[in-house]
Every structure is written in C-alpha cells, then in structure tokens.
Write a protein that binds this ligand. Structure first.
Ligand SMILES: *Cc1c(COP(=O)(O)O)cnc(C)c1O
Length: 424
C-alpha cells in the first residue's frame, strides 16, 4: 500500500518530501484505528475532529445502508427527499428559540462558510446597500477555499494566495487583558456602516491552537455588531455537536448567530456534508419574483441522501442520554488530568467541554523548533494518533472513548512532557 501511495497520492497539509510516511490504516472500530500490521492507535483527535460517535457505529452504518438501498443520490435543485427534509427539521429543533430558519446544503466545512459569506454579501446587494467589509478574528480559520481563506489568519500558509483575497478587518481574540480595547476597535469598524458580516469561531478557535474566549466576550462583540445590523456568522464547524458540552457553542450565549455553519461532526464524522443555516430575515431578502435575487449557488453533491441519513442517525444518538453522559464523563476526567499541571510554568493548560489542551511554552524557539514533529512521532509510536498544532497538544476524542483509552492518552502526553523535561 505504501509503495503505491508514494507513487500515486498527494496528501493534504503535507510536505510530501519531508513528512513521515503515512500510517496505512485498514480498519476502525470505536476509538481505535488499526494499521496493516495489526497495530492499534487511539483516534484521540476524532480523525481531524469529525468522528464524534466513534468509528463503525452500527446505528449509523444501518442508516446509510438502508438509505443506499432506497435512494443513493439525486439532484437537489428542483427535487427534494425525506432524509434532507427530516435532517433540516431535526437540526432546527436543536435551536432552543425555535425561530424560523432555513437550511442550505453544501459538502464540507469550507463551503459552509463560503456559502455564509456569499449569502451575506448578496443579502446587502439585494437590499441595495453597499456593504463590503467583513470583520474576523486574528488567528481565525474558516477553511481553504478563497472566501474562507480571505477571512482567515493571514499567515505563511496562505502567502501564495494573499493577493487574491478580499479586504477584511481583523480584531484580536478577546482576553481579560485586551477586552476593552477589542470592543472599542470593533465599535469603530462597525460604525463605518460598511460592514456586511462578522464571522467567528464561537468560544474556541480550532486551527490556530484551540484558543478560547468566553461567551460574555463574544456576546458583547455581537451586541456591537447588531447596533448597525451587521450579520453575524458563527462557524460551528468544529464546535458543533456536543464538542463543548452543549449541542452548539452558541447555546452558551443569549442568542444564535444570523448564520450558523456546520460540518465535521454533523454526520457523526463518517460522510461529508456542509450546512449553512440562515434566519428567515436573510432568506426573505432573496425571496423575489426575480431570479436575479435568488441565491444561485450549489454543488453536485448538495443534499446527498446518504450523508443526510448519517446526520439523522447521528441525531438519534444525540437524543440518547448516554451520549451526553459520555461527553460529561470525558469533560470531568480531562479536568482532573489537566489539574496536575497547574504547578508548572513551562506549560499552560486549558479546557472547554471535551477539548483538553496542553500548550508547551514556546519562548525558547530554538530548542522547541520541531517539537510538533517530535511529539507526533512519539505519540504514534505509542499507539496514539494525536496531531499537535505546533506547540499545542490537545485531545478531542470520539465520545465513545473509554476511561482506559483516555488514561492511555494521558500517559502518552505525560511521558512526552517528562521526556522533554517540561515537567519535573
Ligand atoms: C475544519 C474547519 C473548517 C473547514 O472545514 P473543511 O471540511 O475541512 O473544509 C472551517 N471552519 C472551522 C472552524 C474548522 O475547524
């Protein structure tokens, strides 16, 4: 397999010349991945943060199989089907305020935010208002398509594409120290009257290192945005579906965003789908006799029935108390694990829901250069699939992970910190 892989395959987010050879996985069950030599790995980051119920869940498997036998795929323009309609109804039932909303389909996280941005721009266009600015956070990640990249952190990753991005005003992620300044900055930008939308990862910025901020801080910024009617876009692609302890991160705030983006865990992380939920007010701005006001956007696999069936099966699991008990169990166990590190200055810890973070001090860049690669290899050797973000090590496991498996993750992390003399 590896020979053919090397010959034919180009992997994502990889420097093919220098990265280690990929792990040839042949099987997965629950939290465990098994490679072609029979070696087992704990999938401690839920396979790029998607696989919330664990692998090979029989209920999801049956739903997909059954759906395949009934209706595998069909165009979604001018056609509808039960799995998509049911999925939309059930998703909106999770919104506690029960306001009218509309569900738009695409096929991954990047397209869910891309759609949100296009909807926002066209919303103002349809209303004949000239609003082109977007506000985003420094350190944001909203995906890898052009709109999504435009509103993301302007880092070295995206250097080749920067000349093609649209203008965005960035504000720092709020903290106790900078909160007043961030609010003032937000107010100044919003008061220009030119802002179309404010996009954010609610409460946890994923890709830039699981950076966290509070519901109160986010709510204040949203309140400022609302003073001038700026549309709010919550990118829940990573935070949605129980990851932070509630169904959505926005459940921790007073109200939902005007637009909510979902992907990753929504199908239980077994099939791709992107979902953009808009308020009825936004929808109404496109409702017209003229086709030119319509939202003329769509993908070949929009509303794929198999993916929708997986979402519905995943919702069945979220209807069970067991799932929420597991989320609570992981959350509490992580808290106990992280607590022991409070006394060390060389590392910082933080946690929200099932996400546990250990950040290694990077004030010593020479020594620590390459700590990510070193850590990754160390974990893989120990049978742990933990992909650090630079100097940030984190766990966001499937909710079915057992206490024994969690303990193995903790042991691996602790062993690495000890080996590197970061805790003594
Ligand atoms: C992963 C992620 C995306 C992009 O999703 P893809 O399915 O990888 O395109 C967008 N926003 C956030 C917050 C993410 O974590």
């Amino acid at each position: 397999m590896l020979e053919d892989d090397k010959k034919y395959v180009w992997h994502p987010f990889s420097q093919m010349k220098t990265d280690p050879v990929p792990i040839p996985i042949v099987k997965a069950k629950g939290s465990i991945l098994i490679d072609e030599n029979g070696k087992e790995y704990i999938d401690a980051n839920s396979s790029w943060w998607v696989n919330v119920h664990g692998h090979g869940h029989p209920h999801i498997a049956n739903a997909i199989k059954h759906q395949f036998e009934e209706l595998d795929h069909v165009i979604f323009a001018g056609v509808t089907h039960q799995p998509a309609v049911e999925m939309s109804r059930r998703l909106l039932e999770w919104f506690k305020d029960k306001k009218e909303r509309k569900v738009f389909f695409s096929d991954n996280g990047s397209t869910s935010t891309e759609v949100a941005l296009k909807m926002s721009f066209q919303y103002w266009f349809n209303k004949n208002e000239n609003r082109r600015k977007v506000i985003a956070f420094e350190g944001a990640y909203h995906g890898d398509t052009f709109g999504a990249m435009s509103v993301g952190e302007r880092d070295l990753f995206n250097k080749p594409f920067e000349p093609f991005f649209f203008d965005v005003d960035y504000i720092p992620l709020p903290s106790d120290d900078n909160f007043e300044a961030v609010k003032n900055q937000m107010k100044t930008i919003v008061d220009s009257g030119e802002v179309a939308a404010f996009i954010f990862e609610p409460l946890v910025q994923g890709a830039s290192g699981m950076r966290m901020y509070t519901p109160q801080q986010l709510q204040s910024l949203i309140d400022i945005a609302k003073t001038k009617g700026v549309l709010t876009i919550a990118d829940e692609v990573m935070t949605g579906f129980g990851r932070l302890g509630k169904m959505f991160a926005m459940d921790f705030l007073d109200e939902y965003a005007d637009i909510m983006c979902f992907s990753k865990g929504i199908t239980g992380g077994v099939l791709p789908i992107g979902i953009t939920v808009a308020t009825q007010e936004i929808y109404n701005a496109f409702w017209d006799d003229s086709r030119l006001k319509a939202f003329l956007h769509g993908h070949s696999f929009t509303g794929n029935p198999l993916a929708c069936a997986a979402v519905n099966a995943s919702f069945d699991l979220f209807d069970k108390e067991e799932t929420w008990n597991n989320i609570e169990r992981i959350t509490q166990k992580n808290a106990v694990f992280l607590k022991q590190f409070e006394k060390y200055n060389s590392i910082q810890t933080r946690q929200m829901g099932t996400i546990a973070v250990i950040q290694v001090d990077d004030s010593m860049p020479n020594y620590f250069s390459g700590i990510r690669d070193k850590a990754y290899s160390f974990f893989v050797e120990k049978g742990l699939l933990i992909r650090p973000l630079g100097n940030v090590f984190f766990l966001n496991p499937p909710y079915c992970i057992t206490d024994v498996e969690l303990d193995k993750c903790y042991e691996g992390l602790t062993d690495f910190l000890e080996k590197e003399n970061l805790i003594q």
